[in-house]
Design a protein around this ligand. Structure first.
Ligand SMILES: N[C@@H](CCC(=O)N[C@@H](CS)C(=O)NCC(=O)O)C(=O)O
Length: 219
C-alpha cells in the first residue's frame, strides 16, 4: 500500500516533508487536507486530534511531526539522498539546525500569520512585536552561521535544509530579511533553486491568496 501524506501544498510544514519525499523520488499519495474535502479532514482529525499537518500513514502506522516523518522515511523508505548523516555527532548538528529553524524561524512566523487571522480586537500586538524581534535575532545569527557554508549543517543538503526552505521562504514574506544579511539572502536563493523545493513552491502557487498578510509578487 502506498504511503499516504495528509497535507496541503501551501502549508510550510507540509512542504518540509514534501522536499524530503521529492529529494528521494519516494512514491506517495497526497491526501489533500482542505475544508471541502470532508472525508479526508475527518480521517485526518481521527488519526491526529491535534490536527497539525503533515501526517504520514504507512500501512497501519501513523507518523506525525515533520522532523520525525523525515527521519522515519530515512529509516523505512530510504533513497539515494540521506537527509541525516550516518555519523551520530554530525547528525546532532543537523538536528540542532532543524530545531533552530522550527523554533526560532517557523514558530515566530506562524505567530505573525495566525495573529493576522484573528478578529482585530483579539490580536496580540505585544506578542507579534516580540516574535518580530526574535526573527531579527535569528536572521543575524543565521547570517553569521552561513558565512562560508553552502548548506545549513555539514557539506550535504540535509533535514536542516528541508526545515529551512519553507520557514525562510514565508518568514521573508512576513518579516523581510534585510539585504544586509547577504549570506542568509543567498542561502534562501540557493534553497529556492533546489529542484525539490522549487517543485513544492510551484505546486503551492495556486494557493498564494491564502497568505493572510498578502503574498508579495515574488518568490
Ligand atoms: N510541529 C509540527 C507543526 C505542524 C503545523 O503547525 N502545521 C500547520 C500547517 S503549516 C497546521 O497544521 N496548522 C493547522 C492549524 O493550525 O489549524 C510539525 O513539525 O509537523
Amino acid at each position: 500500500m502506498a504511503l499516504q501524506l495528509y497535507a496541503h501544498p501551501f502549508s510550510s510544514y507540509c512542504q518540509k516533508v514534501l522536499i524530503a519525499l521529492y529529494e528521494n523520488g519516494t512514491p506517495f499519495e497526497q491526501r489533500l487536507v482542505e475544508p471541502d474535502q470532508t472525508k479526508t479532514v475527518e480521517e485526518f482529525s481521527a488519526l491526529w486530534p491535534l490536527k497539525r499537518m503533515p501526517l504520514l500513514r504507512d500501512g497501519e502506522r501513523t507518523v506525525v511531526e515533520s522532523s520525525i516523518i523525515i527521519e522515519y522515511l530515512g529509516l523505512h523508505h530510504p533513497g539515494p539522498v540521506r537527509l541525516l548523516p550516518p555519523a551520530a555527532d554530525a547528525a546532532l548538528d543537523v538536528r540542532m539546525m532543524d530545531r533552530f529553524f522550527d523554533l526560532y524561524v517557523h514558530t515566530p512566523l506562524q505567530k505573525i500569520v495566525f495573529d493576522r487571522l484573528r478578529p482585530e480586537a483579539e490580536r496580540d500586538r505585544y506578542g507579534v512585536t516580540e516574535v518580530r524581534a526574535m526573527l531579527d535575532t535569528a536572521y543575524a545569527w543565521l547570517d553569521q552561521r552561513l558565512d562560508g557554508r553552502h548548506w545549513a549543517a555539514g557539506a550535504a543538503f540535509s533535514l536542516a535544509d528541508c526545515s529551512a526552505a519553507p520557514a525562510l521562504f514565508y518568514a521573508d514574506w512576513a518579516h523581510p530579511i534585510p539585504a544586509s544579511r547577504a549570506n542568509l539572502v543567498a542561502y534562501r536563493q540557493r534553497l529556492l533553486a533546489r529542484p525539490s523545493f522549487a517543485r513544492a513552491v510551484d505546486e503551492a502557487r495556486p494557493y498564494r491568496s491564502y497568505f493572510p498578510l498578502g503574498a508579495p509578487d515574488r518568490d
